[in-house]
Design a protein around this ligand. Structure first.
Ligand code: FBP
Length: 553
């Protein structure tokens, strides 16, 4: 057997499109809506993006489209971390292109944005694409985190596009990659070279969203995959009744993944970084709260439980946040001297000497492993690599010491053993759920319609996603409307604003209303494995987060 039966069955799955995209391509036209403005720093962003800021939103309706049929070459790039469904964005784009004109050609740049700089590409044909349809991963052309940001790089992009007569590039990426897409689109627009740039909203983190981008692709599959595993652990915990499981979940700064998994599985504790920041909770007080819940369950004889921890937590604990900001500035300013440190102790001393008194205190109190993780290289976008900070172990260690102290002063009398886990890579390349398979295919298909509409600097948008696919609304929004100015590598830069968990939003409110009960009682729920074939209510529904967000509208 060369492939699994599920893989074979998924090749034949026909993703569902919104009603308007089921029309022949020559019968769909774009219609402009309201003009837009950036989320903040409007004037400064307008000055930086004079050609692509303030453009209107776009939707589609039936009508004769005379721009669909001329043949064209399009380049596609997968950028950043893997997210289930990337292959289907490419499939949707490819199918739309071929429906419009069999002579259209799609070139996949290999290994992420560096592929276009190195002119490393492959032509995507039906035969090549078939084994990737409806599968997870980005292995069709590979991905990477190279940042496209300098004029020199843009000139190379232009040259490569001209060499292959590529008139549009589709960049499939998260907030940072789409920021780069916007900058590239502006550069091309200024040069009037006619090359269009369209983005597609990817990231399991779920932090690329607004009114028009209700969810980034991959979030649905990743959270369902993690929730299955959390549910399995919960059942194990409730069977053996001897471990507290500390589970760190991927998701970068935002806690959307942790929150969605909590809604799916009802664990005893789920930390939400955004709440920690809003309440200005210190590390010590987080540890105290966890220890108190453990002690309270122990009184009922329950010496087991499950705690979910968003991977970005440390960045939101006020004293650690300030520490990280100081380290970021320091490493940006004194990178060369820092690189001369020959061992960990020298590195720690170099940093400690240059921190403010408050931050030095925090830094010196952290275990060595965490200190080291905070000093690791930033990613090319200047982000701390939070997936490599072992917050699960840090908290398990600190809670163990706290419970020991409580035992000594007689406030706790239970048994305590921990297991730590990190769920991240397990979910990024899973077979996309039906939702992600359909959504991604629609995003790619839709990207082609934005291209034939002559647009550039737009993000493919498919909305109304809690409804059946037939009722989804396809269109596009200017990427600049999601931008603001932020400090990066020690400089103010225009970037897409990360959408964090809103503490006034319906998903958090629901969690807040139930968490006391989930903490004390054992209310675990078991979502089970993702189902691909079967009744709609089992196979096609998207996240509880989105359902709660849309219920209020
Ligand atoms: P993107 O923002 O690029 O989609 O990345 C998502 C992510 O999975 C984060 O949740 C995680 O912190 C990061 O990638 C890890 O990336 P890497 O594997 O490159 O270290």
């Amino acid at each position: 057997m060369d492939i699994s039966p599920l893989q074979r069955a998924r090749y034949d799955y026909q993703p569902k499109l919104p009603a308007i995209l089921r029309e022949p391509i020559g019968s769909i036209i774009s219609v402009t809506g309201e003009s837009t403005k950036p989320v903040s720093d409007g004037e400064k962003i307008k000055a930086l993006f004079p050609h692509t800021c303030g453009l209107p939103t776009v939707s589609f309706q039936k009508g004769k489209n005379s721009t669909a049929s001329p043949s064209r070459n399009i380049g596609v790039i997968l950028s950043g971390g893997q997210a289930p469904g990337g292959h289907n964005v490419i499939s949707g784009l490819f199918d739309a292109m071929k429906e419009a004109n069999k002579e259209n050609h799609l070139y996949g740049f290999k290994g992420g944005p560096s592929g276009i700089l190195e002119d490393s590409y492959i032509e995507i044909t039906e035969e090549f694409l078939k084994p990737y349809r409806n599968t997870g991963g980005f292995d069709i052309i590979g991905s990477g985190r190279t940042k496209l940001e300098t004029e020199e790089q843009f000139e190379i992009c232009e040259k490569v596009c001209k060499n292959h007569q590529i008139s549009s590039i589709v960049i499939i990426g998260g907030d940072d990659s789409n920021t780069n897409a916007a900058v590239l689109a502006e550069y091309f627009a200024k040069k009037q070279n006619g090359i269009q740039v369209i983005g597609c909203p990817k990231t399991i983190d779920g932090d690329l969203k607004n009114e028009s981008i209700e969810i980034s692709f991959g979030f649905d599959t990743a959270t369902k995959t993690y929730s299955e595993m959390i549910g399995n652990i919960e059942r194990d915990a409730n069977s053996a009744k001897k471990y507290w499981h500390f589970i760190k979940l991927m998701g970068r700064s935002a806690s959307h993944i942790a929150l969605e998994c909590a809604l799916e599985t009802q664990p005893n504790i789920c930390l939400i970084s955004e709440e920690v920041e809003a309440k200005r909770q210190s590390l010590a007080s987080i540890v105290d709260d966890i220890a108190l819940t453990i002690a309270s369950r122990a009184k009922d004889g329950n010496n087991f439980g499950v705690i979910l921890i968003p991977e970005g937590l440390v960045e939101f604990i006020p004293e650690v946040k300030i520490l990280i900001e100081e380290i970021n500035d320091l490493l940006a300013r004194e990178a060369e001297t820092f690189a001369l440190s020959s061992n960990d102790n020298e590195m720690f001393a170099f940093v400690a000497e240059r921190l403010s008194a408050e931050s030095r205190k925090v830094f010196l109190l952290l275990p060595e492993s965490i200190k080291k993780q905070l000093l690791m290289d930033r990613d090319p976008h200047g982000n701390v690599q939070v997936s490599r900070i072992e917050t699960d172990k840090l908290l398990a260690e600190m809670v163990t010491s706290q419970l020991k102290a409580m035992k000594e002063n007689g406030t706790y009398n239970g048994k305590f053993s921990t297991m730590t886990h990190f769920f991240g890579y397990e979910g990024r390349c899973a077979f996309p759920t039906n939702f992600d398979a359909d959504y991604c295919y629609s995003l790619g298909y839709n990207a082609f319609l934005l291209i034939i509409g002559g647009l550039t600097g737009y993000l493919s948008s498919v909305k109304n996603l809690s409804a059946p696919a037939m009722e989804w609304k396809a269109g596009g929004i200017p990427i600049t409307m999601m931008m603001n100015l932020e400090q990066r590598h020690g400089e103010l830069k225009p970037v897409i604003k990360k959408a964090l968990v809103e503490l006034e939003g319906a998903p958090f409110k629901y969690f807040e209303a139930h968490r006391a009960q989930w903490a004390q009682e054992t209310c675990f729920t078991f979502p089970g494995a993702v189902q691909y074939f079967g009744p709609t209510e089992v196979c096609d529904l998207t996240t509880i987060t989105l359902a709660l967000e849309q219920a209020g509208k």
